[in-house]
Design a protein around this ligand. Structure first.
Ligand code: ATP
Length: 644
């Protein structure tokens, strides 16, 4: 039986950042299949795995799993409906559909109950890791290692415990060609069907296309194909451009049709690729009934296209050319929701954009430091280049050097064969965002300083210095001056980094809470009618201290939206119990407001739920998502209050 679909097989020297074109995803020759599995087995042995060992049964705990889902929220949201559909197609075949993150940890699964129980025995469940390092040769891990769709059947699994499985997995790529996750169908080996791999590949591509559309919110997007009937199908090419017409990215079919790798396309524009000036596109869409565009690619190939103009603030077509002429304002302007402090800092940032002045963003966790860094990039002349974010606190100290500066072939034990370019080189021509810069070890600070002074990077184990041109944005929630005094941060590096220092205010200090909420609800509603927030709920929001700032608010609204239903009104009873408790505690601590008023709101929610459920405490508690005991606890003292 054929096993691993490796489009790149037999093509040594393939660039690891290259996204496989769709036509490459054919089943390879048996010899190539054997080679892929063999190499994967060699890697598995090198990881020190024992084929007879039991699978690793230490999946993530509930909180860690929730964090994993949160970190992969965009992927999760777009993959979920595709997974459900895929499951419907394979239901009853003793199998399951699995989604993992970029590292092979299972984020979500849906499947046939009987098989889920068996899968549980080999830790094929959310929170468990299926990278090759954890489980040896398996479709998920091998798809990540090889960046291609992989089918691993029965005895081809490295661990004997997994021999009863047949698994078909396809990597999911983002708009920068990075693997962001894997979609997999796993089943009992006798459930093998040769169409499963095709279904998985198509589903992965569907998720990629949706992710692509979600990323470019402030852009001109062309949907194109040489055959007009393919526009709107999985076969269409999609390419996005800044409002000024600079190339941003293309989906997998788009790259294939354009015939150039991403890096080369970044030097292009709408006119240079499609022979279409932005003004002509605007004119076309100002006509009463714009049909498909009939265009000629730079390669001479004729294509048909439909354009989507998703530009800032949803301007009318008559206003679009003006927007196209002033693209720099676009995404920074979107962050200006009415707070004077934020508006002031955005105006300062505007002045230094594109001028080679590093920006240092400070502020508590979740205040939007990374979002601001992205907006700076998006509005800069480097928008067509890469935006590379590095969280210095999240990388183990031993890896930070190779991660940032790259390494040459065989620089250290465990180094990948072809070496790695490192994040600084990856950001060439674009923006490097160093998050949590205060967590960078001192030795690395010295190296970074040298890179900034010399504008070259010398990878670990390498001799040649690589010239780099990056705009630098840093962020930290630490006080770097204190760190300098404690000799934990280099003063010379500090002065190199803080060209412009801006501080994002904590959410509790912002005067535009209602507008931030509106914006978040609008983003969540993705086109449908956004929900509203009742006055009572708003009163609670205003009293909360928001230690997690906008991230916490966004997450709370997401949960509340689910409770309130689409387009509904978010009321106190839709808010999680621990939030209500926190607000009461905040209020008691600060002494600002009347706890009695807050309790009254919570009480009204409970009383209403009780009325709606005919006085049945269990049913009302269930509807509110709180325990029966809490309900009794809350209702009893309040009912006694008048007599006490
Ligand atoms: N002005 C805003 N409008 C809408 N969403 C926002 C805004 N600011 C931040 N967010 C959202 O809040 C979340 C946290 O933002 P971000 O990651 O930029 O914060 P941060 O300050 O970098 O956090 P940390 O310090 O923990 O890394 C993200 O989901 C982001 O999209």
């Amino acid at each position: 039986m054929t096993q691993t679909a490796d489009p790149r097989a037999g093509k040594p020297g393939t660039d690891a950042s290259r996204v496989p074109a769709p036509q490459e995803c054919a089943v390879p020759e048996p010899a190539a299949i054997g080679r892929i599995i063999e190499q994967s087995w060699q890697r598995s042995a090198a990881y020190g795995l024992d084929a007879h060992s039991l699978p690793d049964f230490s999946p993530l705990g509930r909180a860690e799993l929730a964090l994993l889902v949160e970190r992969n929220r965009l992927l999760y949201r777009h993959a979920l409906p595709v997974m459900e559909t895929l499951h419907e197609q394979i239901a009853g075949t003793h199998s399951m559909v699995v989604l993992t993150d970029a590292g092979g940890t299972i984020v979500h699964s849906v499947g046939d109950d009987d098989f889920l129980r068996k899968a549980d025995r080999v830790a094929l469940r959310p929170g468990a890791g299926w990278s090759e390092q954890c489980k040896g040769t398996n479709a998920i891990g091998t798809a990540i290692a090889e960046r291609v769709p992989s089918l691993v059947h029965a005895g081809q699994h490295y661990l004997r415990a997994n021999h009863f499985l047949t698994c078909s997995a396809a990597p999911i790529f983002d708009h920068e060609g990075k693997v962001v996750g894997v979609l997999d169908v796993s089943g009992e080996q006798h459930s093998y069907h040769r169409h499963t791999m095709a279904l998985v590949r198509m589903s992965a591509q569907m998720i990629e296309n949706q992710l692509f559309s979600a990323v470019f919110q402030d852009a001109i997007t062309l949907h194109f194909h040489s055959r007009p009937e393919f526009i709107g199908t999985l076969m269409e090419g999609i390419a996005s451009f800044t409002p000024g017409g600079r190339f941003l990215s293309a989906n997998r079919n788009g790259l294939f049709q354009l015939g150039l790798p991403l890096a080369a396309l970044r030097a292009h524009s709408l006119p240079s690729l499609f022979g279409l000036p932005v003004s002509a596109l605007m004119d076309h869409y100002r006509s009463a009934a714009p049909g498909l565009l009939d265009l000629c690619l730079h390669s001479g190939v004729r294509v048909y296209a439909r354009a989507e103009l998703r530009l800032a603030n949803r301007l009318s077509p008559a206003e679009l050319p003006a927007a196209a002429a002033a693209p720099r304002m676009a995404s920074l302007r979107a962050l200006d929701t009415g707070d004077a402090q934020v508006a002031g800092l955005l105006a300062k940032v505007e002045k230094v954009i594109g001028r080679d002045i590093p920006v240092m963003i400070t502020g508590e966790t979740g205040t939007g430091k990374e979002l601001l860094a992205r907006a700076i990039h998006q509005d800069s002349p480097r928008a067509g280049g890469p935006f590379v974010a590095v969280n210095c606190a999240a990388i183990p100290e031993s890896l930070i050097e190779s991660e940032l500066f790259g390494y040459e072939d065989g620089a250290f034990t465990g180094a990948r064969k072809k070496g790695s370019a490192g994040k600084i080189v990856q950001a060439h021509g674009g923006t490097l965002f160093l998050d949590e810069i205060g967590d960078m070890p001192l030795a690395m600070q010295a190296r970074l300083l040298r890179v900034l002074q010399e504008r070259t990077v010398t990878p670990l184990g390498g001799r040649a210095a690589i010239p780099v041109d990056v705009a630098l944005v840093c962020a930290t929630h630490r006080n770097l001056r204190d760190m300098i005094a404690a000799r934990a941060f280099r003063e010379d590096l500090y002065y190199r980094l803080n060209g412009l220092v801006v501080k994002l205010p904590a959410l509790r200090d912002r005067r535009d809470l209602a507008q931030v909420i509106d914006r978040l609800l609008m983003l969540e509603s993705a086109g449908s009618r956004p929900a509203r927030v009742s006055e009572e709920a708003m009163a609670l929001f205003r009293r909360h201290a928001w230690p997690g700032n906008i991230r916490q608010l966004a997450s709370l609204l997401r949960t509340a939206l689910l409770m309130a239903g689409e387009g509904g009104e978010i009321r106190p009873e839709h808010l999680p119990e621990d939030f209500l408790e926190d607000v009461t505690a905040d209020t008691a601590q600060t002494g600002h407001a009347q706890p009695a008023g807050l309790q009254q709101i919570a009480l009204s929610a409970m009383e209403q739920a009780l009325r709606e459920h005919g006085g049945n405490v269990s049913a009302a508690a269930r509807a509110l998502g709180i325990s029966r005991n809490t309900m009794y606890r809350r209702l009893r003292p309040a009912q006694r209050t008048p007599r006490q």
